[in-house]
Design a protein around this ligand. Structure first.
Ligand SMILES: *Cc1c(COP(=O)(O)O)cnc(C)c1O
Length: 369
């Protein structure tokens, strides 16, 4: 990969393939893999990621909103797409682009069946989402009989899968809770299959579920963060490779005297002669203001350069007093050093948030390392 000459998000497709194969190695060979490419492929580029995953043999994609799936269809991706959070206003788009809605409430089921009937659909695939403890989206166990009554009255839809989502699969201290969620999901699925009279796919695990509870893999697993290079422990992170690296360059270097300040509100004040570098990215690019004032850092020539002063909208300043570097040199914001996880921890956040915040104005480039 040539050195960055402007702010760039490098997408490493070899890392993607490596991570995908690693996740596959953790489940049975016949377990289907659903790759989650919501939020523009966790901040990368959902089309680039999806195209590569199609080559790798992925079974399913998932997005949060219908509009995200629509971009995949525009790119001629024909793999089934589960829309995790459809809203009735998007039913038209979902049907038009052959996407498959997660149906999570009575209102949704009634409205989607009515819609599918109006559109003269037969066995349109839907996915029934059950709440087993996350308390976010999903039917309750007690809805099963009502659901089966609605389904018996129509042939416009067919249940392609039954699924649930774990609340704390990454947290060993919540092991008992997670085990209970898996059991509840199993009993809901069995009961529902009994009344449906056919057997849909079952799935409950996200990435950390795959890593910690492979016994609950059922027919399919939904992996997001894992394919982008993060597991849920330092050991697992070593087995995975970050797909996204955010790089930039030094725009300008200043030497400031003791007593001088840096940036808005003069929040950094130099006590000694300090060399600072100005970088062309800021909070509008996804660098949270909380990283300012020496909380976060970037890497220049392999060395840590603390972010000083307040992060501006389009720029930020770092302390390079101890680093031999010049204007135009490459700067790593996150990638392998620091990783998105290491950097996000400094502001009590998670890799997911830092990755998905990378703004759309930042150029994406591909690397096959
Ligand atoms: C985002 C999401 C996933 C992926 O989770 P990871 O922790 O990134 O693997 C899986 N299932 C649902 C329902 C999600 O919303």
């Amino acid at each position: 990969m040539p050195k960055a000459t402007e702010t760039t998000l490098e997408i490493d497709l070899n890392a993607l393939a490596h991570n995908y194969k690693y996740i596959c190695s953790k489940v049975r060979p016949n377990t289907k893999i659903l790759a989650v490419v919501k939020a523009n492929g966790y901040g990368t580029d959902s089309v680039i990621i999806a195209r590569e995953l199609v080559k790798l043999g992925v079974d399913y994609f998932s997005v949060a909103y219908a509009i995200e799936g629509s971009s995949l269809r525009d790119a001629k991706i024909e793999t089934p797409i589960l829309v995790l959070h459809p809203l009735p206003v998007n039913f038209g788009l979902i049907l038009e682009r052959c996407m498959e809605p997660s149906i999570y409430s009575a209102k949704m089921l009634v409205e989607f069946i009515a819609f599918a009937e109006r559109k003269k659909q037969k066995n349109y695939p839907i996915h029934l989402k059950f709440n087993t403890g996350l308390n976010r989206l999903g039917f309750d166990k007690k809805d099963i009989v009502w659901i089966s009554e609605q389904l018996q009255k129509t042939s416009s839809v067919k249940v392609k899968s039954i699924f649930s989502h774990l609340a704390a699969s990454e947290d060993p201290s919540e092991d008992a809770f997670t085990a209970k969620q898996c059991l509840v999901f199993k009993s809901i699925s069995e009961k529902l299959i009994g009344v449906l009279g056919y057997v849909p796919l079952l799935h409950a695990l996200n990435t950390s579920g795959v890593l910690n509870y492979p016994e609950a893999q059922f027919d399919m697993v939904r992996t997001g963060i894992g394919i982008y290079g993060f597991g849920n422990s330092p050991e697992e992170n070593k087995q995975l490779k970050p797909v996204a690296s955010l790089k930039t360059v030094i725009s300008q270097i200043h030497s400031i005297a003791p007593g001088e300040s840096v940036g808005y509100n003069r929040s950094y004040k130099a006590t000694d002669v300090t060399i600072i570098a100005t970088l062309p990215l800021g909070h509008a690019d996804g660098i949270n203001r909380a990283f300012g004032n020496e909380v976060g850092w970037v890497t220049i020539k392999g060395e840590k350069a603390p972010i000083i002063g307040n992060v501006c909208m389009d720029m930020m300043m770092v302390d390079i007093t101890l680093i031999k570097c010049q204007e135009g040199d490459e700067v790593v914001v996150f990638g392998t050093n620091p990783t998105a996880e290491e950097l996000s921890i400094t502001i009590n956040s998670i890799a997911y948030e830092l990755l998905t915040n990378v703004s759309s104005r930042i150029k994406r480039t591909l690397s096959y390392k």
